[in-house]
Design a protein around this ligand. Structure first.
Ligand SMILES: Nc1ncnc2c1ncn2[C@@H]1O[C@H](COP(=O)(O)OP(=O)(O)OP(=O)(O)O)[C@@H](O)[C@H]1O
Length: 272
């Protein structure tokens, strides 16, 4: 589920099969000043696991409880950004320049192999199965657990999930990238995505004649953007919420799916 206001606050999933580097890469982002939520830590801090799956050697999570807790956390971070922005009298151009600094970017990166279930935008880290196997073996995982994860990466399980849950999905194959290079790719996508969503929302507002001043936060502006099929629009108190039906009927969902090739992407393709 996502809620739109202007300027947009985006929640972006950094997802991928275990071992693809989400934790390490997100630590690098954090160091640079990006807001990051590490879901696994968040779940244990908030006691959201309901039981232990002994066979799979992992915790079973209460997804409703998790969604509520993340949404509360997201509201807190968003309010912090909005308070800061409100105090400054930016033009749109100045605002975009200001958000080039990660500390000022109204984006929350949620890092976990299930982060995409909570976000409508996703960056998927991918690694060649042979590379992934090496990394997971080095962690001392059981043969069964390594096999399950390598198989899952081979048949695009997380990517397919993203395709169901999210409206925009980006893949980065980091098999032959350094961690810092992977982090640079992620940063480039985050900023391009933010700018694109900002301009798209702005253009919508201009067309509909809504108040387009970025200081008009008191009133959240109605933004009716075309949802990907499979998403329904719900309007609550002037805020538009896109709800995805998380069931088999959404397999016709058509998010933008892009492979990120460092230095080769033409971001004008981002605009749908
Ligand atoms: N180019 C690379 N990109 C990502 N990880 C890399 C790379 N090269 C080596 N690694 C190593 O692979 C491992 C990835 O572990 P990490 O915990 O970040 O993965 P993860 O996707 O967060 O896994 P989990 O979901 O289990 O937390 C680390 O030990 C990291 O140093």
């Amino acid at each position: 589920m996502c809620i739109y206001s202007f300027p947009p606050f985006l929640t972006i999933a950094l997802t991928g099969t275990p071992g693809t580097g989400k934790t390490q890469v997100s630590r690098l982002l954090e160091k640079d000043g990006y807001s990051v939520l590490h879901l696994t830590e968040f779940i244990s801090e908030h006691n959201i696991s309901v039981e232990r799956d002994q066979e799979r050697d992992c915790n079973v999570v209460d997804m409703d409880g998790l969604e509520k807790a993340v949404s509360k956390f997201q509201d807190k971070i968003r309010a912090g950004f909005e308070k800061k922005i409100k105090e400054m009298n930016f033009s749109d151009e100045d605002f975009l320049r200001y958000t080039k600094d990660p500390k000022n970017l109204p984006v929350l990166v949620v890092e976990s192999h299930m982060a995409h279930c909570l976000c409508d935008l996703a960056i998927v880290l991918r690694s060649h199965p042979a590379v992934l196997k090496e990394r997971l073996d080095a962690r001392g995982y059981s043969e069964k657990k390594v096999h399950e994860n390598v198989l899952s990466e081979s048949i695009d399980v997380i990517l397919c999930d993203c395709y169901d849950y999210c409206r925009r999905v980006y893949e980065i194959d980091n098999s032959f990238l350094k961690l810092s290079e992977t982090a640079s790719c992620v940063k480039e996508i985050i900023h391009a995505l933010y700018e694109d969503e900002f301009l798209k929302f702005k253009s919508y507002i201009s067309k509909t004649g809504e108040d387009n001043s970025i200081n008009s936060h008191e009133k959240q502006i109605n933004l009716i953007l075309e949802p990907a099929s499979g998403l329904t629009i719900v309007e609550e108190e002037g805020v538009v919420i896109y709800e995805s039906e998380y069931d088999d009927s959404v397999d016709e969902t058509n998010p933008i799916l892009m492979k990120y090739v460092p230095g080769k992407n033409d971001w004008s393709n981002l605009i749908d």
